[in-house]
Design a protein around this ligand. Structure first.
Ligand code: FEO
Ligand code: CA
Ligand code: CA
Length: 553
C-alpha cells in the first residue's frame, strides 16, 4: 500500500487519534507522548507488564499498569429532569475548547434495556403483559446521553452535574430524516433506539448507529412476490405506538452543543453496528459500516459533495470480486424489478445487497482504520451456523490506498480461538501509534457454561495487540469484565492517557431480582448497573513508547 503517514493526519476514526478533529495543539501533544522515554515508568509509576488470565470473577479486573474509576452509571441524574440511560455502549469525547482537552462533552450510546431492571417487566413470565408505563420507561432508557466531563488536578474525570450541555436523546425524541422524500409518509421519526457503536464526523458531530432495531418495532418482511408482512418485535412496543419499522435502522448524527439530530437515509438501512468516516482531500467523506447479523454485509458510502452524508452512492462489498457494488437503482435492472425507486433500495438495503451478489459475512461489527498503514479493520464476531465460533478480524486494503476506490483486496488479520486467546471480537480502537485495542462479545447465554466453545475464555475481555516491541502482534488480555458483562465503546482522550470504556450489561442473565448474577459496580441497592469508566495508568504510555519497529503482523 502506498499510504503515507502524513496523509493519515486527515483521517477520522474512533481511535481518539481523531487527528483531523483535533487542533494542532493536540497533535503536538500526541507526538510528545509518543516520544516519551519509557522503561515501564512513564505516566506515573513502574509496573510489571503481564497479560491477565481469563477470569470468572464479578469485577472489572485490569492488568498491571492500569486502574479505573467510574464516571457515570445507569440512572445517575445528569440534570434536574434527566437520568443516564441503560446499557451504555459507544463513547466519543470532544473537548469544548481546543485549548483545553480536559473539559468536554462525552456522547454515550444506550443500546437496549433489560426490562427486569428498567421497567419491572419479566420476560420469563409468560402470563405478564407489558403496560404502557413500562414501555415508556424502556423507551426513555435507550438512545444516548451527552454529558459534560472534566478532568481535575488529580487526573480524575468527573461528571459536571446539571451542566447546560447535559441532555438525553431517547426513543421519544423527534428526529428528522436527511432526505428529500418522506420515509413511510413522514419527514421525521420518533426516537432513536438500539444505539450500538458509532463514529465521529470531520465537522465534529457524533454518529450513533441503530443496530437491532427490529427488537423494538419489528420489521417489514417481503415474500417472493414482494408482498409485505409485519414481523413482530420482541419488546412489543408497536402494540402501544404505531411507529413504522422503516423509521429505524439508520445512522443518526447528533450536534454536540444543541443535541439536534438527523437520520441519514443515504447510508442505508440495516443493523448498523458502527459508522467510521474518512475525509478525502477534497473534503468528501467515505463512510464504512457493517451490518451485524449472520451472513449480512459490509457497506461503504462515497460522498459526491464535500461534507455531505446525503449526496453520494452507497456500495456493498463483494470479497470474491474484490469490488464495491453500487446500490444504485438507475444502474441495475435487478433492483428495478424488485424496488420502486432508490429510496426503497436504501430502506431495504439488505435485500438489494443480496440481489447484487454481496458477500455474506460472519457478523461484521466494528470498523477502524489503521493510523500507520491506512488499512481498514473489520471485526467479524462469529457465525455459529457456519461453524465459526470465535470470529476474526478482516483487513481490507483499498486499491491504490484510495478510500474512494471501487476495488480492494481482503485478508484475515487475526482469527479468534484458543491459539490467539480471544473469541468474538467486537469493538476496535487504535491508539496514537497504532496499537490495536479490541473488546470481545461472547453472548451471555453461552459464556461460562461447561464444555462449550467458550468455556476456557471465561468472562468477556479487553485485549491489546501491541504494534512494536518484543510482543508485537501478540493478543494480550488487559481487562476482564464483571459477570455477564461486555466491555464496549473504547475511546481515547486527546492526550491518550485515558481510555474511556463502557461496562455493559453486568448481571444480564439475572432472572430473579433478589438474586442478581452480578452486583457490579457494588452499589448498596444490590442492583448491577452499566457504567462508563475512565481507565488510566502507566501501561497506556508504555505501549505508546515501545521501540518503533514495525511488527510483521
Ligand atoms: Fe450491539 Fe453488534 O453489537
Ligand atoms: Ca457492538
Ligand atoms: Ca456485539
Amino acid at each position: 500500500m502506498t499510504y503515507n503517514r502524513r496523509k493519515f493526519l486527515t483521517f477520522l476514526g474512533k481511535a481518539g487519534i481523531g487527528a483531523a478533529v483535533l487542533p494542532h495543539a493536540f497533535l503536538a501533544c500526541n507526538t510528545a507522548t509518543k516520544n516519551t522515554k519509557n522503561n515501564g515508568t512513564s505516566a506515573g509509576g513502574s509496573f510489571d507488564f503481564k497479560g491477565l488470565e481469563p477470569s470468572t470473577d464479578d469485577e472489572l479486573k485490569l492488568a498491571n499498569g492500569l486502574r479505573y474509576r467510574p464516571i457515570i452509571k445507569w440512572n445517575t441524574p445528569i440534570n434536574d429532569q434527566d437520568t443516564f440511560g441503560y446499557n451504555n455502549d459507544f463513547t466519543c469525547f470532544l473537548p469544548l475548547d481546543s485549548q483545553n482537552p480536559k473539559d468536554g462533552l462525552l456522547w454515550v450510546n444506550h443500546e437496549y434495556v433489560n426490562s427486569l431492571f428498567v421497567s419491572g417487566y419479566d420476560r420469563h413470565d409468560k402470563e405478564q403483559k407489558r403496560s404502557i408505563a413500562q414501555v415508556d420507561k424502556e423507551m426513555y432508557n435507550v438512545g444516548g446521553s451527552i454529558i459534560r466531563i472534566q478532568q481535575n488536578a488529580a487526573g480524575h474525570w468527573n461528571l459536571v452535574e446539571n451542566d447546560a450541555f447535559n441532555r438525553r436523546i431517547t426513543a421519544k425524541t423527534p428526529i428528522e430524516f436527511n432526505w428529500d422524500v418522506p420515509i413511510k409518509g413522514a419527514r421525521e421519526a420518533i426516537g432513536t433506539l438500539s444505539n450500538c457503536s458509532g463514529g465521529i464526523t470531520p465537522w465534529n458531530t457524533f454518529l450513533s448507529c441503530e443496530e437491532n432495531y427490529d427488537n423494538c418495532f419489528g420489521e417489514t418482511m417481503y415474500d417472493q412476490e414482494n408482498v409485505p408482512s409485519h414481523m413482530p418485535s420482541s419488546y412489543g412496543w408497536e402494540q402501544f405506538y404505531d411507529y413504522p419499522p422503516e423509521h429505524y435502522g439508520w445512522v443518526v448524527e447528533i450536534e454536540p452543543l444543541t443535541g439536534s439530530a438527523q437520520k441519514h437515509v443515504a447510508l442505508g438501512r440495516f443493523a448498523h453496528e458502527c459508522c467510521t468516516l474518512v475525509s478525502l482531500k477534497d473534503k468528501r467523506v467515505v463512510a464504512y459500516s457493517g451490518d451485524d447479523k449472520n451472513d449480512e454485509h459490509l457497506y461503504k458510502f462515497i460522498a459526491s459533495k464535500p461534507e455531505s452524508l446525503k449526496e453520494g452512492t452507497l456500495y456493498v462489498a463483494s470479497l470474491e470480486k474484490g469490488q464495491w457494488l453500487a446500490l444504485d437503482w438507475d444502474k441495475h435492472p435487478v433492483l428495478q424489478q424488485r424496488f420502486d425507486n432508490q429510496t426503497e433500495v436504501l430502506i431495504r438495503a439488505r435485500e438489494a445487497a443480496k440481489l447484487l451478489g454481496a458477500t455474506p459475512l460472519n457478523r461484521p461489527e466494528d470498523i477502524e482504520i489503521d493510523p500507520v498503514t491506512g488499512a481498514i479493520f473489520v471485526s467479524l464476531t462469529n457465525n455459529k451456523k457456519r461453524g465459526d465460533y470465535h470470529g476474526s478480524i478482516l483487513k481490507i486494503e483499498e486499491a491504490g490506498g484510495r478510500y474512494d476506490a471501487l476495488r480492494f483486496t481482503s485478508s484475515t488479520y487475526k482469527a479468534g480461538g484458543e491459539e490467539t486467546g480471544f473469541s468474538c471480537p467486537d469493538n476496535l480502537a487504535f491508539d496514537q501509534v497504532g496499537n490495536l485495542w479490541m473488546t470481545s462479545d461472547m453472548s451471555g447465554s453461552a459464556m461460562n457454561k461447561p464444555d462449550n466453545a467458550y468455556t476456557n475464555f471465561k468472562n468477556n475481555s479487553l485485549f491489546v495487540i501491541p504494534r512494536y516491541g518484543d510482543r508485537a502482534g501478540e493478543v494480550i488480555r488487559v481487562a476482564n469484565a464483571p459477570s455477564d458483562a461486555e466491555l464496549t465503546g473504547p475511546w481515547f482522550a486527546p492526550d491518550g492517557d485515558t481510555l474511556f470504556l463502557s461496562v455493559q450489561h453486568p448481571g444480564e442473565q439475572t432472572t430473579d431480582l433478589t438474586a442478581p448474577t452480578s452486583l457490579w459496580p457494588f452499589d448498596n441497592d444490590g442492583i448491577p448497573k452499566s457504567a462508563v469508566v475512565a481507565i488510566q495508568g502507566p501501561l497506556l504510555g508504555y505501549l505508546r513508547a515501545l521501540p518503533t519497529k514495525e511488527s510483521n503482523s
